[in-house]
Design a protein around this ligand. Structure first.
Ligand SMILES: [Zn+2]
Length: 311
């Protein structure tokens, strides 16, 4: 059993890691590179490492339980219409597979469960790029699927938690909670992927402030074809996102920006002139380097029809 002192120190290290990650990711708004994750070692007085390249489950040896869980980016990402490689339980918990025959890792996760230690989840978005979620808590173990159940909601686990070891319930009919968590997590993944592909830059005006940027859907996610893949996305600043959504601004299949006719001829202040009218006829300033990640022409064509129809 760890002493009170060990637990107190362990808690301090975790808080330091969360504070640092908060700063690095703008409050979990942006992704973090593997190079940056390595810098944590120099940024804390104890020289504690945050994660290990080879291992999914990581516990610094001085600590009481696991500190981080890591997942690899999906392979052949460009071939897939959907980008998600996570699985959620019907209660809305992330399922994280046990590491095959790594007894030590598993003991470390179990200790994190027993002492309710908050951890970090580093989800692989692309090669060397992660989305950090924290604090997360282990809430149980599904011995049938050999998966840990992880609460990623950020809430402190309540005291009446289920027993660590329990069998999977049937997956028939996912609950509302589960879908809410899944949808939110997938929206965050979509944003992370789009921001990575566009190097956190508005495609229309090249603004580079992450906190002022959104990951817009070309075809809305409630519409048919509104897939959550980067090729159905655009990084847009708040103004251009709103303009795109209200059909004030359109993008044709050749990546040329159009401003709605009546607005083009309106006379008003500098916001209208520079913020909107001046972009008419220009090409998108930024598109992803990788061709399969660029906005798909068929999707843009469909959306552009809606723009032309809206006057
Ligand atoms: Zn913009």
């Amino acid at each position: 059993m760890p002493t009170e002192e060990q637990l107190a120190w362990d808690a301090r290290v975790r808080q330091t890691a969360f504070d640092w990650l908060n700063q690095m990711t703008g409050g979990q708004q942006t992704t973090i590179t593997w190079q940056d994750i390595l810098k944590f070692k120099e940024m804390n007085p104890w020289g504690v490492v945050l994660a290990n390249r080879q291992r999914g489950i990581f516990k610094p040896k001085e600590m009481v339980g696991a500190l981080s869980l890591k997942s690899s980016p999906p392979r052949n990402r460009n071939d897939r219409p959907f980008v998600y490689n996570d699985d959620y339980s019907e209660e809305g918990y992330l399922r994280y597979s046990e590491q095959a025959s790594q007894d030590e890792d598993n003991a470390n996760v179990r200790r994190a469960y027993e002492h309710r230690l908050p951890m970090v989840y580093l989800k692989g978005i692309a090669e060397g790029i992660y989305r950090a979620t924290f604090p997360i808590y282990v809430i149980g173990y599904d011995s049938k699927q050999r998966q840990y159940l992880i609460d990623v909601s950020g809430a402190n686990p309540d005291t009446g938690r289920v027993d660590f070891q329990f069998a999977a319930k049937s997956e028939v009919g996912k609950s509302y909670v589960s879908r809410t968590v899944e949808v939110r997590e997938h929206q965050r993944d979509f944003r992370a992927l789009v921001m990575t592909a566009y190097r956190t830059t508005c495609a229309v005006c090249a603004l580079k402030h992450g906190e002022l940027l959104d990951a817009a859907h070309v075809i809305g996610d409630r519409e048919a074809g509104g897939i959550a893949a980067v090729k159905n996305g655009l990084a847009l600043c708040k103004i251009h996102h709103s303009a795109f959504d209200s059909h004030v601004l359109g993008v044709d299949p050749d990546y040329t920006v159009h401003i709605r006719e009546d607005i083009l001829h309106e006379i008003d202040g500098p916001m209208l002139k520079y913020g909107l009218q001046s972009h008419h006829g220009q090409r998108l300033r930024v598109v992803p380097e990788k061709t399969p990640e660029r906005p798909q022409r068929e999707l843009l064509a469909h959306r552009f029809e809606q723009f032309k129809a809206a006057v």
